[in-house]
Write a protein that binds this ligand. Structure first.
Ligand code: NDP
Length: 325
């Protein structure tokens, strides 16, 4: 089968190569992969920008959609269409950027009926995480009548999907981006306005003017600290990303004086019930036309070059990878 393979000897290398299927890792379900994706984490892995990969050699790809070929797991039989997001796949267990994958059936969910395999991968971990962030805001009582919601890293995968979902649910979304040329795109997804990400990127005051009812932050560092410092009394900031840095140079003031909630969002080891809920909500709350606008498709042979572009912040929305070309 064709696969992207990451090796680390004297140097760290990712290459498109032929891999013998006999080398697939242990698992109770073998899946013929139709599509995978490039999430931020996949591009970190492929470029070696961060120590995402913990076993070598590694097939990256934290997401896949495909068809079960063999299964000894009670929930899956040959021919079933399935989706995988996370669980350390593409980090410690061979992932989706290959013609086949062998996985634990407990990690899989059935392909949601609302989506084709390609659409499921246009959503991918980024979109499923955006949904988890929105569910976090809802769980903490943030409602559309309370005011503006900030989405940072807006033109990226998580940001784009979060905007679309929030707008469909009736929230007033302000998109923070470093790419002003993407303003029309962000508004087409439902943002009512944009702000320059530079406004949030520098060290700010412990508390600023109260503006946001809630926020979805994919950037971290000063951006996350400033989002918390400018969130209104009782609001919630869902933090899922580190595109701007993994530090958090903040004070406790927003939390102890304004009762702001910082809601940490992990998608990788999220229990199955939460995943099923998120995918069900994606089926009802994400506009299928927006999925088309958010995604673009590449072949497996383009994945390494595109990972470099994603690390340079040049990729918009979501990248779907057809692993069979
Ligand atoms: P993308 O690469 O698609 O988007 C990231 C966006 O962040 C860019 O498009 C850009 O948006 C913005 N950005 C990039 N560099 C910087 C910078 N130096 N400073 C400020 N903003 C920057 O990535 P994803 O949407 O797939 O992922 C976003 C983040 O969320 C990543 O950190 C990823 O690791 C994390 N994540 C976490 C998950 C979890 O389980 N917690 C799951 C999925 C993702 P713009 O051009 O609009 O400014």
């Amino acid at each position: 089968m064709k696969a992207i393979l990451i090796t680390k000897d004297e140097e760290y290398r990712a290459e498109l190569t032929d891999v013998d299927e006999a080398q697939l890792p242990d698992g109770d379900v073998t899946v013929a992969v139709d599509y995978s994706t490039l999430n931020y984490k996949d591009s970190l892995a492929i470029t070696g920008s961060s120590p995402v990969v913990r076993n070598f050699p590694m097939v990256p790809g934290i997401d896949l959609a495909g068809t079960v070929e063999e299964s000894s797991h009670a929930d899956f039989k040959p021919g079933d269409q399935v989706v995988l997001n996370g669980w350390g796949v593409g980090e410690v267990h061979w992932g989706g950027l290959a013609g086949k994958a062998r996985l634990k059936g407990d990690w899989l969910i059935p392909l949601p009926g609302a989506f084709s395999p390609k659409q499921a991968m246009a959503i991918g971990t980024a979109g499923y995480t955006a949904m988890l962030c929105v569910l976090g805001l809802e769980r903490n009582g943030v409602t559309p009548d309370q005011g503006e919601i900030l989405v940072t890293g807006a033109a990226g995968g998580v940001g784009s999907v979060a905007i679309s979902i929030l707008a469909k649910l009736g929230y007033d979304v302000i998109a923070s981006t470093g790419r002003p040329e993407q303003a029309d795109y962000l508004k087409s997804l439902g943002a009512s306005g944009t702000i320059d990400r530079a406004e949030l990127a520098e060290k700010g005051r412990p508390l600023g003017k109260e503006r946001w009812a809630g926020a979805v932050d994919t950037v971290g560092s000063h951006t996350l600290a400033n989002a918390c410092a400018t969130t209104k009394y009782g609001g919630t900031v869902a933090a899922c990303g580190l595109a701007g840095g993994f530090d958090l140079p903040a004070t406790v003031m927003p939390f102890i004086l304004r009762g702001v909630t910082l809601d940490g969002i992990d998608s990788v080891y999220r229990p199955k019930a939460d995943r099923l809920e998120a995918w069900q909500r994606l089926a009802s709350d994400l506009d299928l036309q927006h999925i088309e606008a958010i995604m673009h498709e590449i072949g497996l042979s383009d994945a390494i070059a595109t990972a470099g572009e994603q690390m340079a912040g040049k990729v918009r929305g979501r990248v779907v990878v057809d692993v069979n070309r």
